[in-house]
Design a protein around this ligand. Sequence first.
Ligand code: BES
Ligand code: ZN
Ligand code: ZN
Length: 476
Amino acid sequence: MSTAGKDDHLLLVVNDKSSFDSPLLETEEKQFVRTSLKEGKTQITINQYKRMIYVQLLTPVSNDRVKSMENWRKAGAQLAGRFNAAGHQSITLVDNGNSDLLLALAEGIILSNYQFLKYKSNGKKEINSLKSISVASKKINKTEIDRLQFVTQATCKARDLVNEPQSFLNAVVFAKELQQLAKDAGFKSVVFDKKKIKSLKMGGLLSVNLGSVQPPTFTVMEYKPAKAINKKPIVLVGKGVVYDTGGMSLKPTANSMDYMKCDMAGGAVVGTAIYAAAKAKLPLYIVGLVPATDNRLDGDAYVPGDVITMMSGKTVEVLNTDAEGRLILADALHYAKRYDPELVLEFSTLTGSAAATLGPYGIVAMGNVNEELKAKLISCGDEVYERLGIMPFWDEYNDLLKSDIADLRNIGGANAGAITAGKFLENFTDYPFLHLDIAGPAFSKSNDSYRGKNGTGVGVRFLFEYFLRRAGIKKN
Ligand code: BES
Ligand code: ZN
Ligand code: ZN
């Protein structure tokens, strides 16, 4: 939309408190805003009876686009709280010439407006009033608005999947949900059942699944538009452990198991990012692979000391059944070889060590992509504030994975846990590969601005940004 309607609640953003002007306000109103700004106020409200006008001072951090955009997103989250408290159903954001920042603000509002009320019996009462946001701008076009809509929608879908408890979202249901995304956005998907997984000899996935009542699944998604600019696909791989008890190497209950429904967050990122790409009709060939199972104990469960044969033929001595993610991912990474991918990006809540290293503030990343691509990926993370902390990936870490009786063991020992996990995975790749451990930021136990509480959907916005740049739509 290019102009604001007469009865719309408005949000006017002021970048510079010394020069406020707006054709939408009467002379006295403008004077009131100027005086208030001079007095040091940053939020000014004008009640025009039929509508409210919110004036928000937001000064960009000089020469720091990344910080400025993040500030705008956070301001969006704070404003969304005010709009909901006032019971507004819609709000129009008026562009002040800083389009990127305005879109970041809108993103903050949309993402912070997310709620997961499925299991609240009085959910209808708790639902936010805010339903729609318009942008009045001559500079921002419909495609940009559509893209923002798709990527925020995808992020919220990823959050939904993470927030779903295992009592609903077992491996079979997870695969169905991924297929639904494919149907809604118009890309292909196939779910391999246990029989097919057995015929493929996916020993990692089958072993982790031994303690489960539910069968495993392996979902293959393919978005291949006719006008794709890449011949070799970008392959995304995501960990789909729908619940991680640790198996026989059982996790202590109190703190470490409570939120382990989030252990499929990587798989959720993969499905929903392809959803966003397909909705936005990006000219990219993208494949998604999500191995899924829960990790439990049972009479038949795999035990520490077991040696298993992976799909690649390599043997692994399992010394801790809680290091299960790498086992199911190794099979998916081996499977990815058949696509001759230009790049494989793999997302997983893989290690407590990654969470301990960066906390909730970043994604622990490592791999063998060239320096130019690495820099590009880091820059994508900065742009959306899903930042990558790159770890070293030295060969010596492989020494920690040596087994006395098999080709590899599945744990490295007390040190460098996030890196040895990544190294383990690298043994099953033969292509440009980046491993992204999202154990820290995937699930937030306290309310974190527009990221919200619980599932954050981290990774979706990062991937979408990478897609836009790879497709040549965005240059940075
Ligand atoms: N799913 C966990 C990792 C995790 C921890 C995710 C915290 C989210 C928050 C993973 O399967 C796991 O248990 N990893 C072990 C590996 C260890 C046994 C080598 C860990 O990090 O303790
Ligand atoms: Zn585990
Ligand atoms: Zn796990």
